[in-house]
Design a protein around this ligand. Structure first.
Ligand SMILES: NC(=O)c1ccc[n+]([C@@H]2O[C@H](COP(=O)([O-])OP(=O)(O)OC[C@H]3O[C@@H](n4cnc5c(N)ncnc54)[C@H](OP(=O)(O)O)[C@@H]3O)[C@@H](O)[C@H]2O)c1
Length: 255
C-alpha cells in the first residue's frame, strides 16, 4: 500500500517485546504496512526466528536483542540498532511484565522489576530515540499501556500503577515532543490471549469473568492489536497525539 496514508514504506520501526505475543503481532502488522522492523527482546534466537519469518514473506527485518529495563543495556542495544539502520521513525514500547499479587504480598523486588520494565525502560528508550527522531524530522512513539491504565483491580496494584504511569508519561511526552514533530500515543489492550495471561486463562473463574465483563464477550487475539499500531504509526494519525487508544472489546466503557 505505498500510496495509502496507512503506508509505512521507507520507515524503520523498533518494537520491544517482539519475540512473542502483542509485540510480535504489532511487528508483523507494521511490517505488513511496509516498515523495516527491528525486533527487540532479550532472546536473540527467538528474534532471529521471527525476523526470518518476515524475510520469508519478502519483508525486511533485523533482530536486536537487549534488556529493555536498564539504561545501560538500552544504550548498548540502540547502538547496535543504529548500526543496522541509521534511523528509527517508529518506536513501540511494548516489553512489559505482569504481576498478579495482593499488594500486601508484593515485595521490593517485584516493585523494582515491574517499574523498571514497564516504566523506567520506556522512559530511557524514549529519551534516547526521540533525540535522534528530532534530528531526522520527527517520528511516532507508541506505548503499549493497558485497560489497567484507566481502571483498577485487586491483586494488580503494582501493575496498575506502572500502567497508569505509562499513560501519564504518554500524555506528558506528547506535549513535550510535539515541537519536534514526534507524536506519542498509547494502545490500551483489554484481555489478550498471550503467554502473560496463560494462568488467568486456565483459571475458570477469571476466564468467565473476562467473557462477562467484556462487551464483545471474548479475549482478543494478539493480531487484533496490529491495526491500532499501524494507524498510530502512520500519516493517517498525523494529528493524533497524547491519545490512549483502547483496543479492549468495550471493557473500559462498560459497567
Ligand atoms: N496480554 C494482555 O492481556 C495484556 C493486556 C494489557 C496490556 N498488555 C501489555 O502488552 C505488552 C505485551 O504483553 P504480552 O501479553 O504480549 O506479554 P508476553 O507474551 O509475556 O510478552 C512479553 C514480551 O516482553 C518481552 N520482555 C519482557 N521483559 C523484558 C525486558 N526486560 N527486556 C526486553 N524484553 C522484555 C518478552 O521478551 P523476552 O522474554 O524474549 O525478553 C516478550 O517479548 C506488555 O506491556 C503488557 O503489559 C498485555
Amino acid at each position: 500500500m505505498p500510496n495509502s496514508q496507512f503506508s509505512l514504506h521507507d520507515r524503520v520501526a523498533l518494537v520491544t517485546g517482539a519475540s512473542r505475543g502483542i509485540g510480535w503481532a504489532i511487528a508483523e502488522a507494521l511490517s505488513g504496512a511496509g516498515a523495516h522492523v527491528l525486533l527487540a527482546s532479550r532472546d536473540q534466537a527467538a528474534l532471529e526466528a521471527r525476523a526470518e519469518t518476515l524475510r520469508a514473506n519478502g519483508r525486511t527485518a533485523d533482530a536486536v536483542a537487549f534488556d529493555a529495563s536498564q539504561e545501560s543495556t538500552i544504550a548498548e542495544g540502540l547502538k547496535r540498532a543504529y548500526a543496522v539502520r541509521e534511523k528509527i521513525d517508529i518506536l513501540v514500547n511494548n516489553a512489559g511484565v505482569g504481576m498478579r499479587r495482593a499488594y500486601t504480598e508484593t515485595t521490593d523486588e517485584d516493585f523494582t522489576t515491574v517499574v523498571d520494565t514497564n516504566l523506567r525502560g520506556p522512559f530511557h528508550l524514549v529519551r534516547a530515540v526521540a533525540a535522534h527522531m528530532a534530528e531526522t524530522g520527527g517520528g511516532a512513539i507508541i506505548n503499549v499501556a493497558s485497560a489497567l491504565s484507566i481502571l483498577g483491580r485487586s491483586k494488580a496494584v503494582l501493575y496498575t500503577a506502572s500502567k497508569h504511569g505509562l499513560a501519564g508519561m504518554t500524555k506528558g511526552l506528547a506535549c513535550e515532543l510535539a515541537p519536534h514533530n514526534i507524536r506519542v500515543n498509547a494502545i490500551c489492550p483489554g484481555y489478550v490471549e498471550t503467554e502473560m495471561m496463560v494462568q488467568q486463562r486456565q483459571d475458570k473463574a477469571f476466564h468467565d469473568a473476562v467473557l462477562t465483563r467484556t462487551p464483545l464477550g471474548r479475549w482478543a487475539k494478539p493480531a487484533e492489536m496490529g491495526g491500532a499500531a499501524v494507524f498510530l504509526a502512520s500519516d493517517a494519525a498525523s494529528y493524533v497525539t497524547g491519545h490512549l487508544l483502547c483496543v479492549d472489546g468495550g471493557l473500559t466503557v462498560s459497567v
